[in-house]
Unconditional design. Structure first.
Ligand SMILES: NC(=O)C1=CN([C@@H]2O[C@H](COP(=O)(O)OP(=O)(O)OC[C@H]3O[C@@H](n4cnc5c(N)ncnc54)[C@H](O)[C@@H]3O)[C@@H](O)[C@H]2O)C=CC1
Ligand SMILES: O=C(O)/C=C\C(=O)CC(=O)O
Length: 352
């Protein structure tokens, strides 16, 4: 076995249908008295239910979380937390809401309790993102890692089926790239393979019935494992391409991950055969790129960048941006093959 370094990221996890009932106890265990509840405008009702459960421990609700954490929103939320005398933040929602909590913690050190309602996995990572003047920057800082995470599948029953599937593919992408990470290790690879297996089981079941609580539990379990992988090891070509497409062309986060993943895997397939074998095994298939493509297409998820609003004329610029700053990838980054990858993703061609 190759030598490796593994630094575990601390997180307390409370998992299970109905586990939201433990919220007040968990706030107490954090040593906090007054929690600011964070949410998107769309999830205000969920945040109100959370605040009600907290009773006197609820300092207030800040309901303006949006995708990619604009700096102005982060500043506003920090000011509200300070003015209300909050000594912790409860982020109930997807990656956008968790991201807002992280922006508050980065500045103030306020502990975060995350209650994820999508499968993005941000609650398990020390990665934060902030957008200023239309440019998103990401960084790593252990201060932003949520201290406690409550995974309650009941809170995901309302997640629309389409978003459930693309969000699950977003999670799967973390695990897939974790399997060929430059700083990967056997523990993360175990989690990655099991995460992909759980999501591969959950996606067809959720497509059949979004109110299947067992499938919701499998999906959230997979999201936890895959988010943990993202938090522990470095990502590569796939995440770089998605950040380029999301950030520079304003394409929707989970959908972009869904479309790009099979093509990024096909690009890396020959350079990372063991990773491909584990992804394929987790999905009960022969070929990892084709299995990932089929999983998306069979369950109604988008498979072509053109259907997400990208113009054919944007492909050259996307290839240039993706090559601009070198980063680790199992196969060297070459503009020609990358441009071809983007063309296939644009058209939605099944990887052979
Ligand atoms: N820092 C990190 O480690 C990570 C950060 N992210 C970031 O997270 C953001 C994307 O997060 P996502 O979770 O994909 O989307 P999101 O948090 O923006 O949620 C998408 C929409 O779904 C709604 N929603 C969420 N859960 C729901 C539920 N259970 N029922 C009904 N509606 C629900 C939200 O209110 C929102 O309108 C991006 O900015 C991305 O960069 C994503 C993954 C990891
Ligand atoms: O961009 C961020 O906020 C940080 C990481 C991610 O979004 C990971 C991903 O691409 O899903």
């Amino acid at each position: 076995m190759d030598a490796f370094v593994y630094t575990a990221q601390p997180a307390r996890v409370i998992f299970g249908a109905g586990s939201l009932q433990h919220l007040e106890r968990e706030i107490g265990l954090l040593g906090a008295q007054r929690a600011l509840v964070l949410c998107t405008p769309e999830q205000r009702a969920t945040a109100e239910a959370v605040a009600q459960r907290l009773g006197e421990r609820a300092a207030g609700i800040f309901d303006r979380a949006v995708m990619h954490v604009p700096l102005e929103t982060a500043r506003e939320a920090r000011e509200v937390a300070r003015a209300l005398g909050a000594d912790c933040a409860v982020a109930v929602g997807g990656g956008s809401t968790t991201g807002l909590g992280k922006a508050i913690a980065l500045d103030s050190g306020l502990p975060i309790l995350a209650i994820p309602t999508t499968y993005a996995g941000s609650e398990m990572t020390p990665i934060y993102g902030l957008t200023e003047g239309g440019v998103k920057k990401t960084g790593r800082d252990t201060r932003v890692l949520p201290r406690t995470v409550i995974y309650d599948p009941k809170l995901t029953l309302s997640l629309p089926v389409g978003l459930s599937i693309t969000s699950a593919m977003n999670a799967m992408a973390h695990a897939a790239e974790g399997l060929y990470a430059v700083d990967g290790n056997p523990i993360m690879s175990l989690m990655a393979e099991e995460g992909i297996r759980a999501l591969g089981t959950a996606i067809p079941a959720l497509h059949a019935n979004g109110r299947d609580i067992e499938a919701r539990g499998q999906a959230l379990y997979g999201a936890w494992l895959c988010g943990t992988v993202l938090g522990h090891v470095g990502m590569a070509l796939h995440h770089k391409l998605c950040h380029t497409l999301g950030g520079s062309f304003n394409l929707p986060h989970a959908e972009v991950h869904t479309v790009v993943l099979p093509h990024a895997l096909a690009y890396n397939a020959e350079a990372a055969p063991q990773a491909m074998a584990r992804i394929a095994r987790a999905l009960g298939a022969q070929s990892a790129p084709a299995a990932v493509f089929d999983l998306a297409q069979r369950h109604g998820a988008p498979v072509a960048l053109r259907d997400l609003g990208l113009a054919a004329t944007d492909l050259d610029r996307a290839a240039d941006i993706a090559c601009a700053n070198p980063y680790h990838n199992p196969r060297p980054l070459e503009r020609g093959p990358l441009r071809e990858l983007l063309q296939r993703a644009y058209e939605g061609t099944r990887p052979s």
